[in-house]
Design a protein around this ligand. Structure first.
Ligand code: ZN
Length: 311
Protein backbone atom coordinates (compact mmCIF):
# COMPACT_ATOMS: atom_id res chain seq x y z
CA UNK A 1 0.00 0.00 0.00
CA UNK A 2 3.00 2.31 0.42
CA UNK A 3 3.09 3.35 -3.20
CA UNK A 4 -0.59 4.15 -3.04
CA UNK A 5 0.31 6.49 -0.24
CA UNK A 6 3.03 8.06 -2.30
CA UNK A 7 0.58 8.68 -5.10
CA UNK A 8 -1.70 10.46 -2.68
CA UNK A 9 1.22 12.53 -1.47
CA UNK A 10 1.82 13.61 -5.03
CA UNK A 11 -1.77 14.65 -5.48
CA UNK A 12 -1.47 16.71 -2.32
CA UNK A 13 1.38 18.56 -4.00
CA UNK A 14 4.44 16.94 -2.48
CA UNK A 15 6.34 16.05 -5.63
CA UNK A 16 9.54 15.20 -3.75
CA UNK A 17 7.92 12.07 -2.34
CA UNK A 18 7.48 10.68 -5.84
CA UNK A 19 11.25 10.47 -6.20
CA UNK A 20 11.33 8.31 -3.09
CA UNK A 21 8.75 6.00 -4.60
CA UNK A 22 11.08 5.18 -7.46
CA UNK A 23 13.93 4.29 -5.10
CA UNK A 24 11.85 2.23 -2.70
CA UNK A 25 11.38 -1.04 -4.57
CA UNK A 26 9.64 -4.07 -3.16
CA UNK A 27 7.69 -6.89 -4.67
CA UNK A 28 5.26 -9.64 -3.79
CA UNK A 29 7.66 -12.44 -4.72
CA UNK A 30 10.04 -11.75 -1.83
CA UNK A 31 7.86 -10.56 1.04
CA UNK A 32 10.37 -11.70 3.64
CA UNK A 33 12.54 -8.69 2.76
CA UNK A 34 9.79 -6.18 3.53
CA UNK A 35 10.79 -6.04 7.18
CA UNK A 36 14.31 -4.96 6.26
CA UNK A 37 13.13 -1.80 4.51
CA UNK A 38 13.80 1.46 6.31
CA UNK A 39 11.02 2.47 8.67
CA UNK A 40 9.30 -0.86 8.17
CA UNK A 41 6.90 -2.28 10.74
CA UNK A 42 6.30 -5.39 8.64
CA UNK A 43 7.60 -7.71 11.37
CA UNK A 44 5.40 -6.09 14.03
CA UNK A 45 2.81 -7.89 16.12
CA UNK A 46 -0.31 -6.12 14.79
CA UNK A 47 -0.02 -6.85 11.10
CA UNK A 48 -2.60 -7.22 8.34
CA UNK A 49 -4.20 -9.04 6.73
CA UNK A 50 -5.43 -11.74 9.09
CA UNK A 51 -7.55 -14.81 8.85
CA UNK A 52 -10.96 -13.84 10.25
CA UNK A 53 -11.72 -16.61 12.72
CA UNK A 54 -14.95 -18.60 12.93
CA UNK A 55 -17.91 -16.64 14.28
CA UNK A 56 -17.72 -18.27 17.69
CA UNK A 57 -14.22 -16.89 18.16
CA UNK A 58 -15.27 -13.34 17.37
CA UNK A 59 -16.80 -10.95 19.85
CA UNK A 60 -20.07 -9.11 19.28
CA UNK A 61 -19.84 -5.38 20.00
CA UNK A 62 -22.92 -3.18 20.04
CA UNK A 63 -20.64 -0.17 19.54
CA UNK A 64 -20.27 -1.28 15.93
CA UNK A 65 -23.25 0.63 14.58
CA UNK A 66 -23.82 1.19 10.84
CA UNK A 67 -21.49 3.61 9.10
CA UNK A 68 -22.75 6.97 7.95
CA UNK A 69 -21.49 7.64 4.44
CA UNK A 70 -21.22 11.19 3.08
CA UNK A 71 -20.43 11.91 -0.55
CA UNK A 72 -20.52 8.24 -1.51
CA UNK A 73 -23.77 8.76 -3.42
CA UNK A 74 -22.34 11.59 -5.53
CA UNK A 75 -20.94 11.00 -8.99
CA UNK A 76 -17.19 10.55 -8.70
CA UNK A 77 -15.29 13.53 -10.12
CA UNK A 78 -11.79 13.57 -11.58
CA UNK A 79 -11.16 9.84 -11.25
CA UNK A 80 -7.62 8.81 -12.17
CA UNK A 81 -6.70 5.15 -12.45
CA UNK A 82 -3.03 4.32 -11.93
CA UNK A 83 -0.70 1.36 -12.15
CA UNK A 84 1.89 1.88 -9.38
CA UNK A 85 3.73 -1.38 -9.99
CA UNK A 86 1.94 -3.13 -7.13
CA UNK A 87 -1.76 -2.61 -7.75
CA UNK A 88 -4.33 -0.59 -9.62
CA UNK A 89 -5.39 2.49 -7.67
CA UNK A 90 -8.22 4.92 -8.32
CA UNK A 91 -8.10 8.44 -6.87
CA UNK A 92 -10.78 11.12 -7.23
CA UNK A 93 -11.34 14.77 -6.45
CA UNK A 94 -14.76 14.63 -4.78
CA UNK A 95 -15.02 14.47 -1.01
CA UNK A 96 -16.30 11.24 0.51
CA UNK A 97 -16.33 10.61 4.25
CA UNK A 98 -17.30 7.92 6.70
CA UNK A 99 -18.36 8.36 10.32
CA UNK A 100 -19.92 6.13 13.01
CA UNK A 101 -19.10 2.41 12.94
CA UNK A 102 -17.14 3.07 16.16
CA UNK A 103 -14.48 4.94 14.19
CA UNK A 104 -14.40 7.72 16.78
CA UNK A 105 -13.76 10.37 14.16
CA UNK A 106 -14.51 11.38 10.58
CA UNK A 107 -12.40 9.66 7.94
CA UNK A 108 -11.93 10.87 4.37
CA UNK A 109 -11.65 8.50 1.41
CA UNK A 110 -8.26 8.88 -0.29
CA UNK A 111 -8.30 6.08 -2.86
CA UNK A 112 -9.40 2.56 -3.60
CA UNK A 113 -7.45 -0.37 -5.02
CA UNK A 114 -7.55 -4.10 -5.50
CA UNK A 115 -5.66 -7.27 -4.66
CA UNK A 116 -6.19 -10.36 -6.81
CA UNK A 117 -4.87 -13.80 -7.70
CA UNK A 118 -3.55 -15.57 -10.74
CA UNK A 119 -6.77 -17.56 -10.74
CA UNK A 120 -9.96 -17.74 -8.70
CA UNK A 121 -8.51 -20.04 -6.05
CA UNK A 122 -6.69 -17.13 -4.38
CA UNK A 123 -6.31 -13.36 -4.45
CA UNK A 124 -7.87 -11.89 -1.32
CA UNK A 125 -5.59 -10.74 1.50
CA UNK A 126 -7.97 -11.43 4.34
CA UNK A 127 -9.44 -14.87 4.60
CA UNK A 128 -12.51 -16.04 6.45
CA UNK A 129 -12.03 -19.23 8.48
CA UNK A 130 -9.31 -20.21 6.04
CA UNK A 131 -11.34 -19.44 2.93
CA UNK A 132 -9.75 -17.18 0.35
CA UNK A 133 -11.58 -15.21 -2.37
CA UNK A 134 -10.50 -14.32 -5.93
CA UNK A 135 -9.96 -10.62 -5.07
CA UNK A 136 -10.37 -7.94 -2.43
CA UNK A 137 -11.28 -4.24 -2.66
CA UNK A 138 -9.78 -1.73 -0.22
CA UNK A 139 -11.07 1.79 0.23
CA UNK A 140 -8.43 3.71 2.15
CA UNK A 141 -9.52 6.57 4.43
CA UNK A 142 -7.55 8.91 6.71
CA UNK A 143 -8.64 10.58 9.92
CA UNK A 144 -9.68 14.19 9.21
CA UNK A 145 -8.22 15.29 12.54
CA UNK A 146 -4.97 15.23 10.56
CA UNK A 147 -4.40 17.62 7.64
CA UNK A 148 -3.65 14.99 5.03
CA UNK A 149 -2.96 11.32 4.39
CA UNK A 150 0.78 11.73 4.85
CA UNK A 151 0.34 13.09 8.36
CA UNK A 152 -2.23 10.47 9.26
CA UNK A 153 -0.39 7.37 8.09
CA UNK A 154 2.01 7.30 11.04
CA UNK A 155 -0.63 8.06 13.70
CA UNK A 156 -2.13 5.28 15.76
CA UNK A 157 -5.65 6.48 14.88
CA UNK A 158 -4.67 7.67 11.41
CA UNK A 159 -6.27 5.28 8.94
CA UNK A 160 -9.47 3.33 8.37
CA UNK A 161 -9.74 0.85 5.54
CA UNK A 162 -13.01 -0.65 4.33
CA UNK A 163 -12.36 -4.07 2.81
CA UNK A 164 -14.59 -6.26 0.69
CA UNK A 165 -14.16 -9.81 -0.48
CA UNK A 166 -14.74 -10.17 -4.22
CA UNK A 167 -16.23 -13.45 -5.43
CA UNK A 168 -16.62 -14.54 -9.04
CA UNK A 169 -20.23 -13.97 -10.09
CA UNK A 170 -22.35 -15.28 -12.98
CA UNK A 171 -22.91 -11.87 -14.55
CA UNK A 172 -20.97 -8.76 -15.41
CA UNK A 173 -20.98 -6.27 -12.53
CA UNK A 174 -21.72 -3.11 -14.47
CA UNK A 175 -20.92 -0.97 -11.43
CA UNK A 176 -17.26 -1.83 -11.90
CA UNK A 177 -17.49 -1.20 -15.66
CA UNK A 178 -15.88 2.27 -15.67
CA UNK A 179 -12.91 0.98 -13.67
CA UNK A 180 -12.50 -2.38 -15.42
CA UNK A 181 -12.87 -0.83 -18.87
CA UNK A 182 -10.07 1.63 -18.08
CA UNK A 183 -7.58 -1.12 -17.17
CA UNK A 184 -6.37 -1.45 -20.76
CA UNK A 185 -4.98 2.10 -20.42
CA UNK A 186 -2.84 1.35 -17.37
CA UNK A 187 -1.20 -1.93 -18.28
CA UNK A 188 2.32 -0.78 -17.43
CA UNK A 189 3.96 0.44 -14.23
CA UNK A 190 3.62 4.22 -14.04
CA UNK A 191 0.64 4.47 -16.38
CA UNK A 192 -2.11 6.87 -15.35
CA UNK A 193 -5.42 7.47 -17.07
CA UNK A 194 -8.30 9.85 -16.42
CA UNK A 195 -11.61 8.03 -16.55
CA UNK A 196 -14.12 9.91 -18.67
CA UNK A 197 -17.01 10.60 -16.31
CA UNK A 198 -19.28 11.77 -19.12
CA UNK A 199 -19.20 8.42 -20.89
CA UNK A 200 -18.44 6.34 -17.78
CA UNK A 201 -20.02 7.93 -14.69
CA UNK A 202 -19.92 6.03 -11.40
CA UNK A 203 -20.56 6.45 -7.70
CA UNK A 204 -18.50 5.02 -4.86
CA UNK A 205 -21.61 3.71 -3.15
CA UNK A 206 -22.49 1.59 -6.17
CA UNK A 207 -19.16 -0.21 -6.01
CA UNK A 208 -20.15 -1.58 -2.59
CA UNK A 209 -22.65 -4.20 -1.44
CA UNK A 210 -26.08 -2.84 -0.64
CA UNK A 211 -25.98 -3.98 2.94
CA UNK A 212 -23.11 -2.57 4.99
CA UNK A 213 -24.23 -3.07 8.57
CA UNK A 214 -22.66 -6.52 9.05
CA UNK A 215 -18.91 -6.28 9.41
CA UNK A 216 -15.78 -7.46 11.22
CA UNK A 217 -13.42 -5.07 13.03
CA UNK A 218 -9.87 -5.36 14.24
CA UNK A 219 -6.74 -3.22 14.62
CA UNK A 220 -4.03 -3.86 12.07
CA UNK A 221 -1.67 -2.40 9.51
CA UNK A 222 -1.06 -1.45 5.93
CA UNK A 223 -0.65 -4.70 3.97
CA UNK A 224 2.31 -3.32 2.00
CA UNK A 225 5.58 -1.76 3.17
CA UNK A 226 6.05 0.02 5.50
CA UNK A 227 3.18 -2.01 7.05
CA UNK A 228 2.35 0.86 9.44
CA UNK A 229 0.27 -0.41 12.37
CA UNK A 230 -2.16 2.47 12.15
CA UNK A 231 -5.22 0.95 10.46
CA UNK A 232 -8.66 0.38 11.92
CA UNK A 233 -9.80 -2.47 9.67
CA UNK A 234 -13.37 -3.16 8.64
CA UNK A 235 -14.06 -6.24 6.55
CA UNK A 236 -17.64 -6.58 5.37
CA UNK A 237 -19.69 -9.72 5.54
CA UNK A 238 -21.49 -9.23 2.23
CA UNK A 239 -19.50 -10.10 -0.85
CA UNK A 240 -18.90 -8.15 -4.03
CA UNK A 241 -19.08 -9.92 -7.36
CA UNK A 242 -17.22 -9.59 -10.62
CA UNK A 243 -17.58 -11.76 -13.67
CA UNK A 244 -14.79 -14.09 -14.73
CA UNK A 245 -14.08 -11.74 -17.65
CA UNK A 246 -13.78 -8.75 -15.32
CA UNK A 247 -11.38 -10.57 -13.01
CA UNK A 248 -9.40 -11.58 -16.07
CA UNK A 249 -9.05 -7.90 -17.08
CA UNK A 250 -7.30 -7.27 -13.76
CA UNK A 251 -4.87 -10.07 -14.59
CA UNK A 252 -4.03 -8.43 -17.92
CA UNK A 253 -2.04 -5.58 -16.42
CA UNK A 254 1.68 -5.80 -15.54
CA UNK A 255 3.91 -5.14 -12.53
CA UNK A 256 6.62 -3.72 -14.79
CA UNK A 257 6.92 -1.27 -17.66
CA UNK A 258 7.96 -3.79 -20.30
CA UNK A 259 4.94 -6.11 -20.02
CA UNK A 260 6.99 -9.09 -18.88
CA UNK A 261 5.56 -9.65 -15.38
CA UNK A 262 1.77 -10.03 -15.26
CA UNK A 263 0.32 -8.29 -12.22
CA UNK A 264 -1.20 -11.26 -10.42
CA UNK A 265 -1.01 -12.51 -6.84
CA UNK A 266 -0.48 -9.02 -5.43
CA UNK A 267 -1.63 -10.09 -2.00
CA UNK A 268 0.01 -10.58 1.38
CA UNK A 269 -0.98 -13.74 3.24
CA UNK A 270 -2.68 -13.63 6.65
CA UNK A 271 -0.39 -12.59 9.50
CA UNK A 272 -0.42 -13.87 13.10
CA UNK A 273 -3.26 -12.44 15.16
CA UNK A 274 -1.13 -12.46 18.32
CA UNK A 275 -4.14 -12.40 20.60
CA UNK A 276 -5.86 -9.50 18.88
CA UNK A 277 -9.62 -9.62 19.15
CA UNK A 278 -11.88 -9.51 16.13
CA UNK A 279 -15.23 -7.86 16.80
CA UNK A 280 -18.43 -8.32 14.84
CA UNK A 281 -21.29 -5.88 14.41
CA UNK A 282 -23.99 -8.52 14.16
CA UNK A 283 -25.38 -11.27 16.32
CA UNK A 284 -23.54 -14.52 15.78
CA UNK A 285 -26.72 -16.57 16.27
CA UNK A 286 -28.17 -15.37 12.98
CA UNK A 287 -25.01 -15.80 10.93
CA UNK A 288 -22.62 -18.30 9.47
CA UNK A 289 -20.14 -16.96 6.94
CA UNK A 290 -19.49 -14.03 4.61
CA UNK A 291 -22.14 -13.88 1.94
CA UNK A 292 -23.81 -16.98 3.33
CA UNK A 293 -27.30 -15.58 3.09
CA UNK A 294 -27.76 -16.45 -0.55
CA UNK A 295 -31.16 -14.77 -0.87
CA UNK A 296 -29.74 -11.31 -0.39
CA UNK A 297 -26.89 -12.21 -2.73
CA UNK A 298 -29.36 -13.23 -5.42
CA UNK A 299 -31.27 -10.03 -4.92
CA UNK A 300 -28.00 -8.17 -5.23
CA UNK A 301 -27.49 -9.56 -8.72
CA UNK A 302 -30.88 -8.27 -9.79
CA UNK A 303 -30.35 -4.89 -8.21
CA UNK A 304 -26.85 -4.51 -9.62
CA UNK A 305 -28.41 -3.92 -13.01
CA UNK A 306 -30.94 -1.59 -11.48
CA UNK A 307 -28.15 0.50 -9.95
CA UNK A 308 -26.67 1.07 -13.39
CA UNK A 309 -30.00 2.14 -14.78
CA UNK A 310 -30.60 4.75 -12.09
CA UNK A 311 -27.12 6.21 -12.18
ZN1 ZN B 1 -4.80 -3.01 -0.09
Amino acid sequence: MMEHILTVFAILGNVVILVRAASDPWNYTDQSSWSQMSGSQCSGTNQSPINLPPMVEMEYSNNLNPFTLAGYEALVTGPVISNNGHTITVTFTNEAHITDGDLGSRFKAAQFHFHWGNDNTRGSEHTYNGKTYPAELHIVHYNTKYPNFGEAVSKVDGLAVLGFFIEVGPIHNCNFGPVVDALSNVQMNGNRYSINTTSSPFKLRHLLPMQLKDYYRYMGSLTTPPCSETVKWTMFRDLLYMSEEQLQKLREVYFDSSKTQPMVDNWRPPQPRNGRRVYISFDVKTSSAPGAHWISSSMAFVLLSFYCLVL
